[in-house]
Design a protein around this ligand. Sequence first.
Ligand SMILES: Cc1cc2nc3c(=O)[nH]c(=O)nc-3n(C[C@H](O)[C@H](O)[C@H](O)COP(=O)(O)OP(=O)(O)OC[C@H]3O[C@@H](n4cnc5c(N)ncnc54)[C@H](O)[C@@H]3O)c2cc1C
Length: 415
Amino acid sequence: MNDAFVTSGSDIYDVVVVGGGPAGLAAAIAVAQTGATTALIARRLPYSDNRTTALLGGSVDLLQALDVWPRTRDKAAQLQVMRLVDDTGRLIRAPEVRFSCDEIGLEAFGYNIENRALLAALEERTAELPTLTRFDDEAAAVDPQDDAATIHTGQRKKLSARLVIGADGRQSLCREAAGIAVNRRELHQAALTFNITHSRPHRNISTEFHTPQGPCVFVPLPGDRSSVVWVAAPREAERLIALSDGELSDAAEKQSHSILGRIAVEPGRHLFPLAIEQPRAVAQNRIALVGEAAHVLPPIGAQGLNMGLRDAADIAEVVRRATASHEDPGTPRVLKRYVSARRADVASRTFVIDMANRSLLSAFLPMQSLRAAGLHLIGSFGSLRRLAMREGLAPSWRSPRVGQVSTEMPAAPSE
Ligand SMILES: Cc1cc2nc3c(=O)[nH]c(=O)nc-3n(C[C@H](O)[C@H](O)[C@H](O)COP(=O)(O)OP(=O)(O)OC[C@H]3O[C@@H](n4cnc5c(N)ncnc54)[C@H](O)[C@@H]3O)c2cc1C
């Protein structure tokens, strides 16, 4: 363990992570595994919604390297085929596109898991690391200074850190403390989430129906269960969430064109107003942002948390390199490495998802033709389809940092 920046016996850490959502817990574990002394400020609260995450590409490798995946693997369902179905009923419709993992030599594109189960496994791992101290608390103020940042907590504790990782979600206090402005655009769409059981097997096929108000996706869970993310105009989403169980089951069955047979909704529904948020930077003034503090996207193509996990892997790698060369991990020079590691990934995915969403909603005929032609090309040409699949899983230019995060704790320093 490198102790160049730690003052023994006081609350000064190499890194303090603020926020205990999936991105924050993953970042805290990944950073602590580098040997950096790490504090996590996060309330221990039960996960409050029923979202699931389609973990794609390197996300599973990262969770494996964090020793989290073996604890939760049996609660996840493989995703082997992804179907896109044009259900707009418009004059110009796109052909169905079917992506199959065996076309790119994979056993699965990834795994769908309930966030609740993923969080439980992440929480379990955070409790095991000797370099990670957990505070069941919240950050009340973050004050970055030249040589360290100070964090005042709700329970009147004061911690100092060379680097603060802001994993505190959409209303990020850390982002504000860093002085990072955000471009925010409301999408006038909302996502309704609920889980279902069904009478026909899903055969590990995820199906995305494209409606004029947004996509409605049925994603496999273990057994004859699936999670549903139904994006609609806010008024329609409000109508759907107010339906009785029987009515919502019928509506979901109709929307799925009965591909899963009879549907029964499980208890629990949540509504998420959609927006796109792009902070002007992902790091500044001793503060680096990860997860939704750093980017908010509509749930199309399952990109949000997959990007958040790449943020976690990259900031851990930046910290590992800095501490290995006895550098202060919060200096502008070190933070610049994180900014350049994340820039292209975040910008390109935000652009593509925004365009995909706009092209679906557009009533403009040439835009609809362009979208149909694009999907037709992808559906017809294997090389284009394989390119789209690989890019959908992880950016091709990315060096394989995810999964390289060490599972080994560095040797303890000699006394
Ligand atoms: C409907 C829907 C479906 C989605 N599906 C997918 C998918 O299939 N695949 C995918 O990759 N992504 C998906 N996403 C995106 C994904 O859910 C988010 O990217 C992810 O949950 C964000 O995690 P996070 O840890 O950044 O933020 P959050 O989960 O919001 O966590 C932030 C945490 O910080 C805490 N916090 C806030 N302020 C403070 C403070 N001052 N002090 C201490 N703690 C604080 C909060 O209490 C919270 O626990 C989906 C999103 C939606 C809306």
